[in-house]
Design a protein around this ligand. Structure first.
Ligand code: HDE
Length: 700
């Protein structure tokens, strides 16, 4: 991966004007402007003149620079790339982009948080949006998903209620980007259909390490339709090649201050460095005749189909390889819509999906100021567009000819597509029933799958979930709401409810049963580690005067070969003097960074020891945080001494032997000199392990 110096150079290039040779500054009307630093005034100290059309245009355009942010998912980051199928999916769907492995379909993906406004921090506890626009030869297909496979409500008519409850409270607009407040938990405790998604929200899935390291889900059951018109139910899954990894809560909170753009920057920098993120698209397929084969309703978006029951079948891969050039034009103006489907992909009667099919077009009309947003470059299909839709705000197409159907004066164009063409035909589904406003009884079990999720977690994941409930409910002022939530949790799993109750001062439930005995190992982060690659991980090396520079260089080279970004940190930028008397370059000064911005830390040694490090509070805080957050920590030679000052009991033992000791992500080798191959391998393995939650907790 490129180093910080290359990055700064690239940044400077990005600031260059589009085409410096294209000529001087002009007004919107193309009149050349010779002076934009002073307004036109009557005399040097006189009043500004109305006739300064350049001044008025410049200010007016500035005043109108903002458009309404998205009502949900306001904060996001996007990137372009491509999708290619592994093989033809013709057996199930006629969608053209899923037929031919040699055809690459361009895509634009936008990742987002849900609750916070456009300027909120990235690493909040929240669902992440994962919306993909496929620019297919048959028109645009939008898969507007999330990084959880289930949603909080079953019927879209509840969406305004849910969003009002989770958004900042109406009287004081607090909290920003957080769900830890009274109104959300009031809603949750009264609306048990939220419980399954709430379990996901309290898990580490809600604080992803990177957009590049999270799954995506279509959530609803959709329908594939093949060329013969046969339908197959389908659920979509995106699986990241780098594995699914999360932050820990303490770290996520600190990141909000240290780098509010943590996830956006990570995506941007990886793509700029040529480390293109990749996901595999998988499908769970259910034959129409098996619609009622499950103990839940396929139309209920609060349920998953456990992968052990219906395996996920990989059908293609997506790579993101290009950053947008202008955030507003592309990422802000991209307009997704669940009803943007192509022939071969259709809806089901999931009432949440049906509501979304109304809402997304409606929201774009207000957000993008009228009906012509599909003409914006990021939204424009690559398939030809021929409609009789005309005019409206911001019409940029100069239409010619007739604008109605049928016509003879325009030669009958555009005509209906032929019967054998690629036209979209809605799936033929028989529908009959009484007109009612009532939830189907098949949607009424709200607890079994919440329990299934809980049962599927490893011990440390369970512990994080309990801590998250305690944190969130601990911020709820209304004791009645806390207690009611615990009573609801007791219907999911008594043990969980008891542990939560103990942390928040409400009566412990007596019920200790679980709503389900089932588990789905595929849901645990333990089973989602990816291919073990450590590419794009960030490792900090803490250096001081007297450091063994050869040792640092050998580790750096070994890690760089594996695509890891290594940065040397010291009390100040510039350089330190190594034990050999040579200057060793420092990439960043410790006061400008923090352990939460790195994946692992390495403490090199030096013949004179590292007393300077133990006396630098920034350095010690760095190591302490990395250690507390379960991150891989490597120490060599006298660097081991630094570690043992932090956790004498945990580290001292291993430092007594002149050999490599690797325990719970702490890798030490007290032998002097260049790092051994054994040490490097153990450290690489620890980094690949990402997080080592079994480590003894440290006090702050
Ligand atoms: Fe959305 N959602 N949503 N949503 N949603 C929006 O559309 C809505 C739901 C999702 O990066 C809005 O363009 C309703 C589920 C993503 O631009 C709005 C319901 C899932 C994005 C809207 C849902 C999502 C949105 C706001 C319940 C996962 C961001 C701005 C029936 C499967 C897309 C916009 C982007 C955005 C409505 C529920 C995902 C208001 C009514 C379930 C990823 O139209």
């Amino acid at each position: 991966m490129e180093g910080p110096t290359d990055r700064k150079q690239r940044q400077r290039e990005a600031f260059r004007a589009e085409d410096p040779a294209s000529g001087p500054l002009t007004t919107d009307q193309g009149v050349e402007v010779d002076h934009t630093n002073d307004s036109l005034a009557a005399g040097e100290r006189g009043p500004t003149l109305m006739e300064d059309f350049h001044f008025r245009e410049k200010l007016t355009r500035f005043d109108h620079e903002r458009i309404p942010e998205r009502v949900v998912h306001a904060r996001g980051a996007g990137a372009y790339g491509y999708f290619e199928p592994y093989e033809s999916c013709a057996e199930f769907t006629r969608a053209a982009f899923l037929q031919d492995p040699s055809v690459r379909t361009p895509v634009f993906v936008r990742f987002s948080t849900v609750q916070g406004p456009k300027g909120s921090a990235d690493t909040v506890r929240d669902v992440r949006g994962f919306a993909t626009k496929f620019y297919t030869s048959e028109g645009n297909y939008d898969l507007v998903g999330n990084n959880f496979p289930v949603f909080f409500i079953q019927d879209g008519i509840k969406f305004p209620d849910f969003v009002h409850a989770v958004k900042p409270e109406p009287h004081n607009d607090i909290p920003t980007g957080a769900s830890a407040h009274d109104t959300l938990w009031d809603f949750v405790s009264l609306q048990p259909e939220t419980l399954h998604a709430i379990m996901w929200l309290m898990s580490d899935r809600a604080i992803p390490r990177s957009y590049r390291m999270m799954q995506g889900f279509g959530v609803h059951t959709f329908r594939f339709v093949n060329a013969e018109g046969r339908g197959t139910f389908v659920k979509f899954h995106w699986k990241p090649k780098l594995g699914v990894h999360s932050l820990v809560w303490d770290e996520a909170q600190e990141c909000q201050g240290r780098d509010p753009d943590f996830n956006r920057r990570d995506l941007w920098e990886a793509i700029e460095a040529g480390e293109y993120p990749e996901w595999e698209l998988g499908v769970q397929l259910v034959a129409e005749e098996d619609e009622f084969a499950f103990d839940f309703d396929l139309l209920d978006a609060t349920k998953i189909i456990p992968e052990e029951q219906v395996p996920v079948r990989p059908i293609g891969r997506m790579v993101l390889d290009r950053n947008p050039e202008n955030f507003f034009a592309e990422t802000e103006q991209v307009a997704f819509h669940t009803a943007n489907v192509v022939p071969g992909i259709d809806f089901t009667n999931d009432p949440l999906l049906q509501a979304r099919n109304f809402s997304y077009l409606d929201t774009q009309l207000i957000r993008l100021g009228g009906p012509n947003f599909s003409q914006l470059p990021v939204n424009r299909p690559v398939a030809p567009v021929r409609t009789n839709q005309r005019d409206g705000y911001h019409q940029s197409t100069v239409h010619r000819g007739t604008n109605y159907f049928p016509n003879s004066l325009g030669g009958g164009c555009p005509a209906h597509a032929g019967v054998d063409s690629a036209a979209f035909t809605h799936y033929t589904e028989r529908v009959d029933g009484a007109k009612i406003r009532r939830r189907s009884p098949s949607f009424q079990d709200h607890h079994s799958q919440a329990a299934l999720f809980w049962n599927s977690m490893s011990d440390w994941e369970k512990q994080h979930i309990v801590e998250a409930f305690r944190f969130e409910l601990g911020k709820v002022d209304a004791r009645t709401v806390r207690a009611r939530t615990v009573r609801e949790l007791a219907k999911v799993d008594g043990e969980l409810a008891i542990q939560v109750a103990r942390g928040i001062g409400v009566p412990e439930p007596t019920e200790t049963r679980s709503a389900s005995k089932l588990s789905s190992p595929a849901l645990s982060l333990e089973s989602l580690r990816g291919d073990g690659s450590i590419r794009t991980r960030r490792v900090a090396v803490l250096v001081t005067d007297g450091v063994d520079a050869d040792q640092v260089t050998s580790v750096r080279e070994a890690l760089a070969e594996r695509g890891v970004l290594v940065e040397a940190l010291a009390a100040t930028e510039g350089s330190v003097r190594g034990a050999d008397g040579e200057l060793y370059a420092v990439d960043r000064a410790l006061p400008t960074v923090a352990s939460v911005l790195y994946d692992a830390v390495l403490l090199p040694g030096g013949p004179t020891g590292t007393p300077a490090l133990t006396q630098d509070p920034d350095a010690m805080r760095f190591v302490r945080d990395a250690y507390r957050h379960g991150k891989p920590v490597g120490a060599l030679g006298s660097g081991v001494g630094v570690l043992s000052t932090l956790d004498p009991e945990g580290v001292r033992l291993s430092s007594e032997f002149h050999r490599v000791v690797s325990e719970r992500g702490v890798v030490t080798d007290t032998s002097p000199g260049t790092a051994s191959a054994e040490f490097l391998q153990a450290f690489v393995d620890a980094v690949a392990g990402h997080r080592h939650p079994g480590r003894r907790p440290l006090r702050r």
